[in-house]
Design a protein around this ligand. Sequence first.
Ligand code: GTQ
Length: 347
Amino acid sequence: MHAAVSNDVLEERKQYYQRIDNYNLTPLWEVLGALVPKAPVTPVAPALWRYADVRDFVMEAGRLITAGEAERRVLVLENPGLRGQSSVTQSLYAGLQLILPGEVAPAHRHTQSALRLVLDGEGAYTAVDGERTTMHRGDFIITPAWTWHDHGNLGDQPVVWLDGLDIPTVRFFDAGFAEHGASASQATCRDEGDALARYGNNMLPVDFHQTSSEPTKVFIYPFAKTRESLLGISKGTVDPHLGYKLRFVNPATGASPMPTIGAFAQRLEAGFETRPYRCTDGTVYVCLEGEGSAEIGDQTIDFIQNDVFVVPPWHTLRLRAKHDTILFSYSDRPIQQVLGLWREEKI
Ligand code: GTQ
């Protein structure tokens, strides 16, 4: 127990704080508890964006601005606890990007790393460093840091995908660079499928070696393959806390596809309930198939196809599947792991 402090001393301290404040000094003992909490404290709130609620707003943006004028026509998903910061968690960004038939989102590159998860419509492509890939629903596509990328729509339907970027992480380090391309659509120099054939089929170019901080050359993880794997492991035993869950990797290193963002896919059979689980990486989930609910701390969120929800760091999560469900998710786990910060608890 601390001895009681007299009002005189308290007043003297207050004046002292004011004097040192002029010199950009502040007493640690007033803030130590908040700086070094016993367990994670976060402003990030559990959150849900129902695709049915936001799809019309996304389409409306298509009437208000072109992809060319906007550069990227995106509605940013802002965490309700982080409004005004273009952040879905403290380290990550999420947005819904729309590209209409005939449009091009012009080529650029930046030190922020990006992932796309295709949600709605067919006929669009993304080009990454000279190779195009056609986007199909559920495909997980990456544009690693400083790779040239542009998007286009050669079909006759609007196409919408979820963008996940490490924008807040790069902003934290104030290490952002960006460049515009010389032309809107970059010239392709390889046929579609080249990267998958070269790096994504359990083989690698003979002289190719990477370290775990380098992103994968595989920039497309087709949903058909992801689904096949999830159904394949569903013949085995289920993890009571995670269901049937796999992480996406750089096949050349076993590390995450990009150094700053980890990505996962999991399958929950109809009626399955996960046991309570928490981890230090705040996570963005997307429902690709099925329907269910997420109990996050003391809140419960119901989700269906194309809904996006956020589980804040160290919040206890229980997932319940109403029908067979496939969830995609991404987080900053690889950063936390390389820094020795990551923890999980299976309750
Ligand atoms: O597609 O390059 O949602 O640069 C935000 C920034 C998408 C993109 C976003 C970007 C992009």
